[in-house]
Design a protein around this ligand. Structure first.
Ligand SMILES: CC(C)(COP(=O)(O)OP(=O)(O)OC[C@H]1O[C@@H](n2cnc3c(N)ncnc32)[C@H](O)[C@@H]1OP(=O)(O)O)[C@@H](O)C(=O)NCCC(=O)NCCS
Length: 170
């Protein structure tokens, strides 16, 4: 039986933990993200502390983590589209390989979607690497559809990203 997934928003003083999980994710699944491990590693701790405070405040950005005891084993970020404030974007989705296929990814998608609904967003959008079958299957199962829009992957020009959307009817 699957144990309940504990998902919560990051707190303002968790910049060190945020940095650690983002670096783990970038090392483990480099093609899944829009920046590189080296770029992330080059950021000073003040950067992570600032990002963490913004995410915890939850105004235009949020970060949810899956947690057990002291261990973070998954994350997903939500942010309001800079030009279209009724659109929420989901990004930085990652689950520790040892915890995959246990419903953690789905719980994180639902946490960001609930945050979007609280903000009366019209939809949640995300970019997913075209070859990422696991992520595409997860998003399709959670109600996302492909839009047909694609763009080159920001850190690997050999790959393309596809835009998926989940409408949030009022
Ligand atoms: C994609 C990812 C977040 C999925 O997390 P997860 O915790 O394993 O997902 P869940 O257990 O909630 O899966 C929910 C459903 O998604 C689908 N799914 C998830 N992984 C799948 C896989 N490898 N193959 C096929 N379907 C998959 C299934 O329908 C699954 O339901 P089921 O297990 O009952 O069949 C995880 O594989 C991951 O972190 N990958 C590396 C980083 C990444 O690709 N991030 C996405 C960036 S856009």
């Amino acid at each position: 039986m699957r144990s309940a997934v504990q998902v919560r928003r990051v707190r303002p003083d968790e910049g060190l933990r945020l940095r650690a999980i983002r670096l783990r994710a970038l090392a483990e699944a480099p093609a899944a993200f829009g920046w590189t491990h080296a770029e992330a590693l080059g950021q000073p701790q003040e950067f992570w502390d600032g990002v963490c405070r913004e995410h915890a405040a939850g105004a235009a950005y949020t970060m949810f983590v899956a947690e057990e005891g002291e261990t973070w084993y998954g994350m997903a970020r939500g942010f309001v589209h800079r030009d279209y404030p009724s659109i929420v974007r989901l990004a930085s989705m990652w689950v520790d390989p040892a915890r995959r296929r246990g419903g953690v990814g789905a719980a994180l998608v639902e946490a960001v979607t609930a945050w979007a609904r609280e903000r009366s967003a019209s939809c949640v959008q995300l970019w997913v690497t075209d070859t990422n079958r696991a992520a595409k299957a997860l998003y399709a199962r959670q109600g996302f559809a492909e839009t047909g829009r694609t763009k080159p992957h920001p850190s690997d020009p050999g790959l393309r990203e596809a835009l998926m959307v989940r409408m949030l009817p009022r």
